[in-house]
Design a binder for this molecule. Structure first.
Ligand code: NAD
Length: 308
């Protein structure tokens, strides 16, 4: 029988692409429940699903921030969820002083508690049947902090800690957990962030910090998306591999060009190599804007972390 896969946040980006790919699986291994907060946005997904719509793919309403919505969605699914993909998420960038606590809490409500809420709802069924797979779209920012992404990174770190802890218990129930960790992905995600930023005034932020944010960070970030950004299709291929794996990994990075940066944390457990290196990349290295992460192989880094 096909496995029922429930995915959150399918109106755009990675969620939409994943839903469509799984629904078109040549071996018909999946029955996809593609969910979104606002069904008014379902046209793009339905068009991309084509003849899979109503066959291997159904669309359902689900707001990960609402208990009622989650209960309502799960009650409509006949049978149980075999694979849960926690994909819904949002970003937040900017100097901390200029961001409201309410905006920060909204990020945690969506990225962290949204996933927790769904897991709580599907876990009893998975435990009873002693099978299941929970996939979480984390980020490389779940592994390393990034300047001006303090709260977003914190929400992804929270997911990493939560699901690594849960994985230990769930191994006993034959339930797998996989954290997928993409670098930049070219979706609406970045555009939404830039739109937020272009109108935000970040009240209470000093001019020096604002200058670093607007004139150093934003251009570098745009360049990073342009130079090493992956397509949603690339990321989805990695997620499909994880879902179809007999022994799914706990962690799966999708962008090999990030490995050197991540390694800095393992190489030096004090953490200062990572902090100093990324500080240097942004504030000191003139080649960053042109070369993105290739900068890791130029002369601006300490020799011992340069790839050979
Ligand atoms: P996206 O903005 O296209 O997709 C995010 C989706 O989540 C949207 O469809 C949005 O409507 C939905 N969503 C937000 N709040 C919701 C809620 N309360 N209930 C239900 N749905 C909600 O961007 P994307 O790049 O496809 O992002 C998908 C996931 O990938 C996110 O968790 C994001 O953090 C993660 N990610 C993205 C990138 C990137 O650079 N784009 C990198 C690493 C990780």
């Amino acid at each position: 029988a096909p496995r029922t896969v429930l995915i959150s946040g399918c109106s755009s980006g990675i969620g939409l692409e994943l839903a469509v790919q799984l629904a078109h699986d040549p071996k018909k291994r999946y029955q996809v429940v593609a969910t979104m907060r606002d069904l008014g946005k379902k046209e793009t997904l339905e068009a991309a699903a084509g003849e899979a719509l109503g066959q291997t793919l159904t669309v359902a309403q689900l707001d990960v921030c609402s208990d009622e919505s989650v209960a309502q969605c799960l009650s409509c699914i006949q049978g149980e969820v075999d694979v849960l993909v926690n994909n819904a998420g949002m970003g937040l960038v900017g100097p901390l002083e200029g961001l409201s606590l309410a905006a920060m809490q909204n990020v945690f409500d969506t990225n962290f508690f949204g996933a927790v809420r769904l897991v709580k709802a599907v876990l009893p069924g998975m435990k009873r049947r002693r099978q299941g797979h929970i996939v979480v779209i984390s980020s490389v920012m779940g592994l390393q902090g990034v300047i001006f992404n303090d709260v977003y990174a914190a929400s992804k770190f929270a997911l990493e800690g939560f699901f690594e802890s849960l994985a230990i218990q769930l191994l006993q129930f034959n339930i797998f957990i996989s954290l997928v960790e993409p670098g930049p992905v070219v979706t609406e995600f970045e555009g939404k962030l830039l739109a937020q930023v272009s109108t935000a005034e970040f009240p209470g932020t000093d001019p020096e910090t604002l200058h670093y944010f607007r004139d150093l960070y934003l251009p570098a970030s745009r360049e990073l998306f342009r130079s090493v950004g992956q397509s949603p299709q690339d990321v989805v291929q990695a997620i499909v591999n994880v879902i179809s794996s007999a022994r799914p990994p706990l962690r799966r990075q999708t962008n090999i060009r990030y490995s050197p940066l991540i390694m800095l944390k393992t190489v030096d457990s004090s953490g200062s190599l990572y902090v100093r290196t990324t500080h240097r990349l942004l504030f000191r290295c003139p080649r960053l804007l042109n070369l993105g992460l290739q900068c890791l192989s130029c002369g601006c880094l300490p020799t011992r972390v340069r790839p050979r």
